[in-house]
Design a protein around this ligand. Structure first.
Ligand SMILES: O=c1ccn([C@H]2C[C@H](O)[C@@H](COP(=O)(O)OP(=O)(O)OP(=O)(O)O)O2)c(=O)[nH]1
Ligand SMILES: [Mg+2]
Length: 162
């Protein structure tokens, strides 16, 4: 899908300015891998000459993507795991879903953790996570002494049974 193609609902894509940093300058910009993909795959930007990153079982690392973005006001980017890496290797995003704020101009980084039993090697350019651009609803908190009654009330955490 090209950058300007409408999505299946006919909406125009949101335009997001992106800056490529030196250690990811050789990497392609994130792209939707299929016509209906929700996420843009993010690559590890370690630098062409850098050694791969080895994550021992249980270890974590903040992995650079070599990208900085300027989201339009009213949007966020969610950094989510790739299911294939989770299933095959036990590799996931520690703070999932990561939140990139609309006013953040720093490098997007991915806190990865290896929940697997074997070490995982992350090479420069490896697709390590995916980024979903989403609209954000902001709320005004209105303090109240009492809240309106509902059938659920204060029940939660399994109150409806298994
Ligand atoms: O997976 C992530 C999550 C966050 N960020 C960046 C963008 C985001 O706008 C900023 C702050 O993230 P967050 O609010 O989750 O972290 P915090 O610990 O609350 O930091 P801060 O005090 O800077 O808000 O860090 C990433 O690059 N990757
Ligand atoms: Mg924060």
């Amino acid at each position: 899908m090209t950058a300007d193609a409408g999505d299946r609902a006919g909406r125009q894509p949101v335009r997001v300015a992106v800056r490529r940093l030196a250690h990811g300058a050789d990497l392609a910009l994130p792209a939707y891998e299929t016509a209906g993909a929700a996420g843009l795959d993010l690559r590890a930007a370690l630098g062409v000459t850098a050694d791969p990153l080895v994550l021992a079982p249980g270890a974590r690392a903040l992995v650079p993507t070599g990208l900085a973005i300027a989201l339009p006001p009213g949007y966020e980017a969610q950094v989510r795991p790739r299911s294939g890496l989770a299933v095959r290797l036990g590799l996931t995003v520690l703070n999932s879903p990561g939140t990139v704020d609309a006013d953040y101009r720093g490098e997007i980084k991915v806190p990865l953790i290896n929940h697997g039993q074997a070490a995982v090697t992350i090479e420069h350019g490896m697709r390590i996570a995916q980024m979903v651009i989403a609209p954000v609803t902001r709320a005004t908190l209105v303090e109240a002494a009492e809240l309106d009654a509902t059938a659920r009330g204060e029940g939660g955490f399994g109150s409806t049974g298994h």
